[in-house]
Design a protein around this ligand. Structure first.
Ligand SMILES: Cc1cc2nc3c(=O)[nH]c(=O)nc-3n(C[C@H](O)[C@H](O)[C@H](O)COP(=O)(O)OP(=O)(O)OC[C@H]3O[C@@H](n4cnc5c(N)ncnc54)[C@H](O)[C@@H]3O)c2cc1C
Ligand SMILES: *[C@@H]1O[C@H](CO)[C@@H](O)[C@H](O)[C@H]1NC(C)=O
Ligand SMILES: *[C@@H]1O[C@H](CO)[C@@H](O)[C@H](O)[C@H]1NC(C)=O
Length: 504
């Protein structure tokens, strides 16, 4: 092996890949570094778009837990991307427990508003039960397998004690049903019945009141990208197959052999000593059979199949005039006749919009009024197959119905995400599914080969949101995972540099 330095490739230019490249780029052992990105832009699931005269986030929205230990917060602060309020000590100390705040208004499908007292009571019941799931952390046995079944079991026990009239009971259950749908958005899953109970509490919430980037989340990834060595980013370069555990020779490098050869869709063949793979878990689930040659060890392949990866999408609606109050922050939508205790599977065509949790009111820019709806699961994936016009029609109907105003004007324009059909993402983010545990996340994160000699270590390394056991599904989890894998390589090189060279 030549001593001329390492050739390192990073696959994927999201925050994990950019973070890894940022650390690797400054190390003297690196001779060649490229970030191969399939699409024409960096940032991946951090995606800010100029629209409605301002900036909207099609992907990541908040810094979850913006405080000292959150590296995304730290970097954003360093780059001057946050406001005074976001940076304040006070903001950093807020403990939300990761729970979503209460709505400003809650509408029902019959055009009435639900008393916020009732909503608050149901929220405290629901999130109290969510907090109780921590009891099962590391438990050898759980009464039921999933978070959903646990919540339903507990709610079922409570309902028998409710002394209210039938209509109030039904309304309470309908409100609870909305909280289940909110939790599906948070966990990026179709149903909380798919989310494993015992590892649920491993997800760690940092302190701090979730905040946004007024200039767009992508300002962060753009800044990291700008700090990379010149020429490091290669766009429109989808990787097809990673050939590893080999001994590849390339005419451009006479006398050298490389353990890995990266084959791109355009036919390019790039030899490397190390490849950091940061493609989304959804992409791996779809393509692992052709993406690795030889195939991954059975255990890792199994982990990729077992860890959950679902869909959460956003729908932005622009209005000429707001129909909401000036101080309104979130508009909740409650479908009467729904209940978490009853499974009614109706056709997606007729009922997909009932999975929508409601609308976040975006800060008004230049008298442009925009709502952001959230919808998860199969209904969200179905929505991706509809046209903008169809979605606009359906959601206008929903808004007219819940506000009780049949004259409510049609939104001026619509913009939405399509994370499930995005070919290089295939969904939104990961969760620990029934049948898997946090150990599967660690397994996914392990570099290969596992039985390597000194020279062939860490041929392929795995980073990305889904490889972080405590912070999966977040931008800070993704960034930390990229740094982790860069540090793994840097550690290796530094320790090799201290040893006498085995052969020269
Ligand atoms: C709707 C939505 C809302 C979210 N909200 C939040 C939030 O509020 N707060 C938060 O912290 N997180 C949020 N997240 C999650 C957060 O966006 C992700 O966890 C994080 O951005 C993932 O970073 P990553 O680098 O692991 O993956 P990605 O950002 O997905 O990067 C992977 C990159 O790999 C590329 N790629 C894929 N296949 C190939 C290939 N074959 N060859 C080359 N390149 C390839 C992709 O194009 C992509 O650019 C949200 C996500 C979504 C979808
Ligand atoms: C229901 O009420 C009874 C009597 O007040 C009480 O003992 C029991 O714990 C209650 N059950 C639940 C699930 O709250
Ligand atoms: C890697 O190569 C070695 C030697 O050629 C072989 O014994 C081993 O089975 C290979 N590993 C995989 C995962 O293919």
């Amino acid at each position: 092996m030549a001593s001329g330095g390492r050739r390192v490739l990073v696959v994927g230019g999201g925050i994990a890949g950019l973070g890894a490249a940022q650390r690797l780029g400054c190390h003297s052992a690196v001779r060649y570094l490229r970030v191969l990105e399939a699409t024409n832009r960096a940032g991946g699931r951090i995606r800010s778009e100029r629209c409605f005269g301002g900036v909207v986030e099609l992907g990541a929205h908040w810094i979850h837990g913006p405080s000292q230990d959150n590296p995304v917060f730290q970097l954003a602060a360093e780059f001057g991307l946050l406001g005074e309020k976001e940076l304040s000590e006070e903001n950093q100390q807020v403990e939300t427990g990761g729970h979503v705040g209460l709505p400003s208004v809650s509408y029902t499908s019959s055009g009435a508003s639900v008393s916020l007292e009732l909503v608050a009571e149901m929220a405290s019941l629901f999130y109290g039960l969510i907090d109780q799931t921590r009891e099962f952390l590391q438990a050898a046995e759980t009464p039921v397998a999933s978070v959903g079944e646990y919540l339903k079991m507990k709610i079922g026990q409570q309902v028998t004690n409710w002394t209210k009239d039938e209509d109030t009971k039904k309304l309470r259950l309908a409100v609870l049903n909305t909280f289940f749908n909110v939790e599906c958005c948070v966990s990026g899953t179709h149903s909380m019945d798919l989310v494993a109970l015992s590892p649920f509490g491993e997800y760690t919430v940092l302190p701090g009141l979730d905040c946004t980037f007024s200039g767009g989340y992508q300002g962060l990834t753009d800044r990291i990208m700008a700090s990379l060595p010149m020429d490091a980013m290669v766009f429109n370069k989808p990787v097809k197959t990673i050939h590893w555990n080999g001994s590849f020779q390339e005419s451009a490098f006479p006398g050298e052999t490389f353990p890995v050869l990266v084959e791109c869709e355009d036919g390019a063949l790039l030899p490397a000593h190390h490849v950091v793979i940061t493609v989304p878990l959804g992409f791996l689930k779809e393509h692992q059979d052709t993406f690795f040659e030889p195939p991954l060890p059975a255990k890792k392949a199994e982990a990729i199949r077992k860890i959950g990866f679902g869909t959460n999408n956003k729908v932005f609606l622009e209005f000429e005039e707001p129909f909401w109050e000036p101080d309104c922050q979130f508009i909740q939508v409650v479908w009467e006749d729904t209940s978490p205790l009853q499974d009614i599977s109706l056709s997606l065509q007729d009922t997909w919009f009932k999975k929508l949790i409601g609308f976040l009111v975006l800060p008004t820019f230049k008298s442009v009024h925009v709502l952001c709806g959230f919808i998860a699961g199969l209904e969200s994936e179905f929505m991706e197959t509809l046209s903008d016009e169809e979605v606009l029609q359906s959601l206008t109907q929903v808004l007219r119905r819940v506000t009780g105003n049949p004259q409510l004007p049609v939104p001026k324009s619509i913009l939405r995400s399509h994370w499930h059909s995005a070919p290089y993402t295939c969904g939104s983010y990961s969760y620990v599914a029934v049948g898997s545990t946090g150990d599967d996340i660690d397994l996914l994160a392990q570099p290969l080969p596992t039985d390597a000699t000194d020279d062939d270590q860490f041929q392929i390394l795995f980073a990305g949101e889904a490889t972080h056991r405590a912070f999966y599904s977040t931008t800070h989890g993704a960034l930390l995972s990229g740094w982790r894998e860069a540090d793994r390589l840097i550690h290796l090189w530094d320790s090799q540099a201290q040893q006498p060279k085995p052969r020269l």
